[in-house]
Design a binder for this molecule. Structure first.
Ligand SMILES: Cc1cc2nc3c(=O)[nH]c(=O)nc-3n(C[C@H](O)[C@H](O)[C@H](O)COP(=O)(O)OP(=O)(O)OC[C@H]3O[C@@H](n4cnc5c(N)ncnc54)[C@H](O)[C@@H]3O)c2cc1C
Length: 409
């Protein structure tokens, strides 16, 4: 810690990173008497945090219910576009899966929101939080674990103390390494392009995922008949795709996605993202816990990243609120958090990683099995049911935590 540092506030829980997950956690803890701090590197009113961009987020039912309970959905300018059906196909294979929400007893599997709009809604909600002290723009530069607290230094020179430090810094989290939580990295060698596209035909609320040997393509339903398109290309081709004009890009997207939605006409601004899997080796340490993308950054093709990060936030909020008298950084509670998250986390990481890899295989036996798998799922609703429940986020523990969130602290 530097000599010029001033001594600032003391918190029960200090969240570092006010992205989608850190902000959601702050909202989830708002109803508790705990003193909460939130430090975010970007300024709230002027710039947006980096992840509040044009990416389309497919949110499952649990996430929508949780954001509703947290008072965030009410702050959205445009309500989420419902996902009433899912269509999964693989170029060159015979099988495909078509799932319809009504066949699974729900009106929608989830909804699609633009990350920038969700960011704005969270910002509006954070302004109304009562027990929350915010520092933004401010960056945490170091953290030192002491016996009863963690001393945190900001780039302004201010020093904060907290009994529990929540690391929600996103993929390249420096604190994760500084506090010894370790990380594993895998580069998929793919770059993902995201843009809003206007197709000829109505999407009817169907989310399309099409797997090709060059990587997956997805089209998510948006309001106003538009679709949120996601195109993956091998990183070696990314430069040339970046150089395409709108017409050239639309032609490539059309060729990879096909004609299910007719001609793809206009395309908006395109953003590119390198695809990698980054996971923390441990999710908890002494007086610290890592959540959201800082704990696990997934390939977005499974549309699981924020959904999973929000479940991290729900679980942590629920454990903290269950025993308010206990030290928030109590090691027993932190290991309970790690235990409760382990299974969901491992399964979701494996699911996304498997999805990113499986459909790249060109070999005949793999393609045959894949085709058979897709065809079976399409024909036997019972086989698809667990998959659908999982994709909607409906596991019993998460539902319990959501229930608890709805009750006053
Ligand atoms: C193209 C694309 C499509 C996606 N689609 C989906 C989808 O359909 N469904 C889904 O569930 N997920 C999706 N995701 C994943 C989702 O966007 C992420 O999981 C989510 O944004 C993670 O939120 P986070 O708060 O953990 O991290 P981030 O959003 O990265 O936020 C981290 C924040 O921490 C701040 N910060 C970092 N270091 C410091 C510091 N030292 N001090 C202060 N502040 C700091 C940063 O400024 C930033 O605001 C997609 C991702 C991409 C790239």
């Amino acid at each position: 810690m530097s000599a010029h540092m001033s001594h600032g506030a003391t918190f029960d829980v200090l969240i570092v990173g006010g992205g989608l997950v850190g902000s959601s956690l702050a909202c989830a803890l708002d109803a508790s008497p705990l003193r909460i701090g939130l430090v975010e590197a970007s300024a709230p009113a002027i710039e947006r945090p980096p992840s509040f961009d044009e990416r389309n987020l497919a949110l499952n039912r649990l996430s929508l219910d949780a954001l509703h309970a947290l008072g965030v959905l009410a702050q959205l300018d445009t309500p989420p576009a419902p996902i009433r059906g899912v269509h999964v196909s693989s170029a060159g294979d015979f099988g495909r899966v078509r799932l319809r929400a009504e066949e699974h007893g729900v009106d929608a599997f989830g909804g699609v929101v633009i990350a920038r709009e969700l960011g704005l809604a969270l910002e509006r909600r954070l302004v109304g939080c009562v027990n929350l002290a915010r520092r933004a723009p401010a960056r945490v530069v170091s953290a030192q674990v002491q016996t009863d607290s963690v001393a945190v230094e900001l780039d302004s020179g201010e020093c904060l103390h907290t009994r529990l430090l929540v690391i929600a810094e996103g993929t390249d989290s420096p604190l994760r390494a500084q506090l010894g939580l370790g990380e594993l990295r895998k580069d998929y060698g793919q770059t993902l392009f995201v843009s809003v596209v206007q197709p000829d035909r109505p999407h009817a609320g169907v989310a399309y995922e099409r797997f090709t040997v060059d990587g997956p393509v997805a089209c998510l339903p948006l309001a106003g008949g538009r679709i949120g398109s996601v195109l993956t290309v091998p990183t070696a081709q990314a430069e040339s795709v970046l150089g395409l004009n709108d017409a050239g890009y639309l032609e490539l997207l059309q060729q990879r996605f096909g004609w299910r939605l007719g001609r793809l006409r206009a395309v908006g601004r395109r953003s590119a993202y390198p695809m990698r899997l980054v996971t923390a080796e441990r999710t908890v340490g002494s007086r610290c816990v890592v959540v959201g993308n800082a704990a696990q950054t997934l390939h977005p093709i499974g549309a699981q990243g924020f959904n999973l990060g929000l479940r991290d936030a729900l679980c942590l909020a629920s454990l903290l609120r269950a025993q308010l008298a206990l030290d928030p950084g109590d090691p027993g509670r932190l290991s309970e958090y790690a235990d409760q998250r382990a299974d969901d986390r491992a399964r979701t990481i494996d699911f996304s990683d498997g999805l990113a890899g499986l459909f790249c295989h060109r070999s005949f036996p793999v393609r045959l099995l894949r085709g058979l798998g897709l065809a079976a799922l399409d024909h036997f609703a019972d086989l698809a049911r667990p998959l659908v429940r999982g994709a909607m986020g409906l596991n019993p523990r998460a539902l319990e935590q959501l229930d608890q969130l709805r009750r006053p602290a």
